[in-house]
Design a binder for this molecule. Structure first.
Ligand code: NAP
Length: 360
């Protein structure tokens, strides 16, 4: 791509918004042109409005951007959303209808029937749901990233679909950054585990069926499987660890599972995308791995690390997965989804529709 496409980051001052700024700083196709946040931040310089929690400082060209309010007339063809769900619920479809390619992190619109819930290495073909959005008159598109906790589990299960995934039981150990900034009070999380995260288990128990489902015509037929989740917040900065037990219709051998993971290249349509996890999966042989501090940055934070595959006395097998919640589970994932939209030709229409849409 000879010219970069302009991107607006909504919720740019928050935990995920900052990851967007960091990851887009050196992106080969995209450049951040607009940042937006709440009325608290609007009108200020980005550096002044933001409590930067990542290493170093925000890039100078972004630090000096003025934060826009959410009702600004955005010019960027691509919009990355890291807004709270209640704010995103109506704004994201409105921007998509007006001609923007909206790549969202929020849960608000994930389960709408014509909104793709994408992990491109697994289900890049689901992007075709955008055609249904175009048929109802949207000039742009809305695609969504999944809940961050479920990423490692669905990536691990995707290569095993041929064995018939019947039942899943999982227990999560979720990082503090998953609750945003300032997130959980230090008084509650230090020296402690919180065995409840509002709304999390419902998302974890319902999103995988759509992600691992099959595209037929203009809808997704959900995978028929039952999931029971117990979600916990633990005193880890980044990286969600999940202990998974799974029961199959046709029980594979341990060797077949390892082979399926080792050979998994991801979906054909995603192979050339710049942010595709390389590799999609790493299996760690260590008896005490994966661990967040040691494994969350695998593949630049985009690779899922799996370990401890063994027989389960209740279901068939159990294992542990780890993925970086603000990279693969949020900003990096939404960037990958936007790359898929562009690679599949959905941006050309947008450039024709949006007055003043920019490439540089
Ligand atoms: P956060 O740190 O609390 O940041 C929230 C952002 O939204 C800030 O930029 C904030 O702006 C802005 N905002 C809040 N209320 C607003 C309003 N009424 N109008 C306009 N902007 C508003 O949260 P986060 O962790 O980045 O999460 C953002 C979204 O991503 C959420 O939907 C979350 O569920 C989802 N998500 C998070 C993670 C994760 O690991 N953290 C992973 C996956 C998905 P101000 O700074 O101006 O207040």
């Amino acid at each position: 791509m000879s010219q970069k496409l302009d991107v607006a980051v909504l919720g740019a001052t928050g935990t995920v918004g900052q990851r967007f700024i960091q990851l887009l700083a050196a992106h080969p196709w995209f450049r951040v042109a607009e940042v937006a946040a709440s009325d608290r931040s609007a009108g200020k310089r980005y550096a002044e409005a933001t409590r930067w929690v990542l290493p170093g400082e925000p890039p100078t060209e972004i630090a000096n951007l003025t934060v826009l309010p959410l009702d600004a007339a955005f010019k960027s063809p691509i919009v990355m959303s890291a807004l709270p769900g209640d704010v995103a619920k109506t704004l994201e479809p409105t921007l998509a209808a007006a001609g923007h390619l909206v790549s969202s992190n929020t849960s608000a619109n994930r389960m709408q029937t014509d909104v793709p819930l994408l992990l491109p290495e697994i289900n890049a073909d689901h992007v075709r749901l955008v055609d249904a959005q175009r048929r109802k008159g949207w000039a742009g598109a809305l695609v969504t990233m999944s809940n961050c906790t479920i990423v490692g589990t669905v990536v691990a299960l995707a290569p095993l679909r041929e064995f018939g995934i019947e039942r899943i039981s999982l227990v999560s150990m979720q990082a503090i950054s998953g609750s945003g900034y300032p997130g959980v009070a230090s008084f509650d999380i230090l020296d402690n585990v919180l065995p409840y995260i509002g709304g999390e288990e419902e998302k974890v128990e319902t999103e995988p069926q759509k992600i691992l489902g099959a595209l037929t015509q203009d809808k997704i037929v959900h995978l028929e499987t039952r999931i029971s989740a117990a979600c916990n917040r633990v005193p880890v900065m980044d990286g969600h660890t999940v202990c998974v037990s799974v029961g199959f219709k046709h029980k594979p051998t341990l060797a077949q599972i390892r082979e399926a993971w080792e050979n998994y290249q991801g979906h054909d349509l995603a192979r050339e995308l710049p942010s595709l996890p390389k590799p999609v999966i790493t299996y760690s042989e260590g008896a005490d791995r994966p661990q967040p501090r040691r494994d969350r940055d695998a593949g630049g934070g985009m690779t899922t690390t799996i370990g401890r595959l063994r027989e389960c006395s209740l279901l068939d097998y159990k294992f542990v997965t780890l993925s970086h919640n603000t990279v693969r589970g949020a900003a990096g994932g939404a960037i990958l989804n936007a790359e898929l939209l562009v690679a599949q030709g959905y941006a050309s229409h947008v450039m024709d529709t949006l007055e003043g849409a920019q490439t540089r």
